[in-house]
Design a binder for this molecule. Structure first.
Ligand SMILES: Cc1cc2nc3c(=O)[nH]c(=O)nc-3n(C[C@H](O)[C@H](O)[C@H](O)COP(=O)(O)O)c2cc1C
Length: 500
């Protein structure tokens, strides 16, 4: 055998060893799915920051999540060093830049590992639902259906929720076995009534009760719209409707499944409130709504009706126009629905005008899985935040932005068995859990720096925005929120009670 042949054989042998290692290991989805060539990604990832720094984009340019933001999420999820060196590379005096105002005398108490950060309000409290409870975590996992996410990704989310002690929203695709890994659930129903529909596709209370009985469902969310595509129906193509998805959704296998752009069970404010109350009466659970914010009149009318009748949703999830989706037309993602903070202000103002701001739980979503945005949401009146794409990143998503093609390379947003096989639910579930716990911890650190013990208790003077001309403006003034409404007495009183 010549020397060259020996070299060739050695290389082939080495590649076979790498191939076998990659395809059998469970740590990296990309390598498990794309053995050998997947290493290129890690090489490029390593060299990427330098290449980008000099040639393409800087650390804060990429969207929706910048390199810095993704690096922070990955580090927290993998329990690696999440710190950054040399100081900020942000333009901290750009108009709109958010600054937390720390206290001269921070809270000194150490933050124990896994320290709890509960919701300031009781979910279901104002309507005295039998299943009312105080959510243990201000950070929870946002609605992402089985169908848009792979079964392995759903399983990782639920395992993560169990580890972090937070709530996992099912999204509007029903409940599958993947959801039943120990994490508490919020069951979401949308216009397709998946998991709670009759043969005609209309809402069925009997089906709802059956589905809710399948798992540890703690609350129900009626989805009116989501920020990335409000007022738009959806179509799950027949090719994606495999057996598991058909069973979870209660639809025939192998046929297109359409979700209309509005509900057939109600068509106005009074009907919506009646529906919420009927679902709450039948299940005993807190029931809320999720919506992006468009025309303001709806919110005025809804909150007025709630205050007049003493009935209505226990919680309102406000989803920002910058929120994520599995698939949406560009015009909807880019131009329909208010951005989160502006939407939050509309909803909060309406609740306050109706005297309900101390009763109804407000949940926020829309890139709130980053500590400064989550702290801002809590400061301006949200009681909890839900994280969608950030939890996907923790589960291995590399922001390939291919959710709509079914070819997600990391197995997160796909139904391809080969791609999904790359995602190990156990290790990725641990990362999702680490990420939620880590975000809560970061929020606690910020709270301590601002002189208080819970991020929802950071006072109205704790958040400022760079205004026109460079002057610092209180965030409440900037967004038009009355501090008495975002910081009602019930908020601090609730957090001081430890036994509910
Ligand atoms: C892949 C994917 C699937 C989603 N599925 C749903 C869904 O079924 N129901 C829903 O209300 N929102 C859905 N959303 C929106 C998220 O729940 C969330 O509101 C939005 O992404 C904003 O949160 P984020 O910025 O933390 O991702 C989905 C988002 C993504 C990325």
């Amino acid at each position: 055998m010549s020397g060259w042949q020996l070299v060739g054989l050695t290389i082939i042998g080495a590649l076979v060893v790498v191939f076998v290692h990659d395809v059998t290991q469970r740590r990296h989805a990309v390598l498990r799915t794309f053995p050998v060539v997947g290493h290129l990604r890690y090489l490029l990832e390593k060299a990427g920051p330098e290449l980008r720094q000099y040639i393409v984009a800087d650390n804060d340019e990429e969207r929706p999540f910048s390199r810095d933001q993704r690096r922070w999420i990955y580090a927290i999820a993998k329990q690696e060093n999440p710190n950054f060196g040399f100081g900020t590379d942000n333009d901290v005096d750009t108009v709109g830049h958010v600054t937390l105002r720390h206290a001269a005398f921070p809270v000194l108490a150490p933050i124990p590992p896994g320290a709890p950060v509960p919701c300031p309000k009781i979910l279901g409290g104002w309507r005295n639902r039998p299943g009312a409870f105080r959510p243990a975590s201000v950070v929870n996992i946002s609605a992402m259906s089985f169908g848009s996410l792979s079964g392995s990704a759903v399983e990782a989310m639920n395992r993560g929720a169990a580890l972090a002690g937070c709530l996992h929203n099912t999204g509007e695709g029903g409940i599958a076995d993947h959801h039943l890994q120990g994490g508490d659930l919020v069951f979401q129903l949308g216009t397709g009534y998946f998991g709670c529909r009759d043969d005609q596709g209309d809402f069925s209370m009997d089906q709802l009760l059956e589905t809710v009985g399948r798992g540890p469902v703690r609350a129900i969310e009626v989805k009116l719209s989501q920020g990335a595509k409000p007022g738009l129906g959806g179509l799950l193509p027949a090719a994606k409707v495999n057996n598991a998805i058909a069973v979870a959704r209660g639809v025939p296998r192998g046929r297109d499944v359409a979700s209309p752009n509005g509900h057939s069970a109600f068509g106005d404010v009074a009907g919506l409130v009646d529906f919420v109350e009927a679902v709450a009466d039948a299940t005993g659970l807190p029931v809320g709504i999720k919506s992006a914010v468009g025309q303001e009149q709806f919110w005025t009318e809804l909150t007025r009706h709630m205050s007049d009748t003493g009935r209505g949703p226990d919680f309102i999830t406000v989803d920002g126009g910058e929120g994520g989706t599995g698939a949406a037309p560009l015009v909807f993602s880019d131009h329909v629905a208010l951005p989160f903070f502006q939407g939050l202000v509309v909803v909060h103002r309406s609740l306050a005008a109706a005297g309900l701001h101390d009763q109804v739980v407000v949940v926020g979503s829309g890139k709130l899985g980053l500590p400064e945005r989550a702290a801002g949401a809590l400061n301006l009146g949200a009681d909890m935040v839900s994280v969608g794409r950030e939890a996907m990143l923790a589960a291995g998503c590399i922001q390939a932005q291919r959710c709509h093609t079914g070819h997600c390379p990391t197995g997160v947003a796909t139904q391809s068995w080969w791609l999904e096989r790359g995602l190990d639910p156990a290790s990725k579930g641990a990362r999702v859990g680490n990420y939620i716990v880590g975000l809560r911890r970061e929020l606690l650190k910020v709270a301590h720096a601002c002189g208080t013990t819970h991020p929802a208790l950071i006072g109205p003077d704790g958040l400022a925005v760079v205004g026109q001309g460079g002057a610092m403006v209180a965030a409440h003034q900037w967004f038009g929120v009355d501090p008495n409404h975002s910081h009602p007495p019930g908020r601090s009183a609730g957090l001081l009670q430890s036994d509910d």
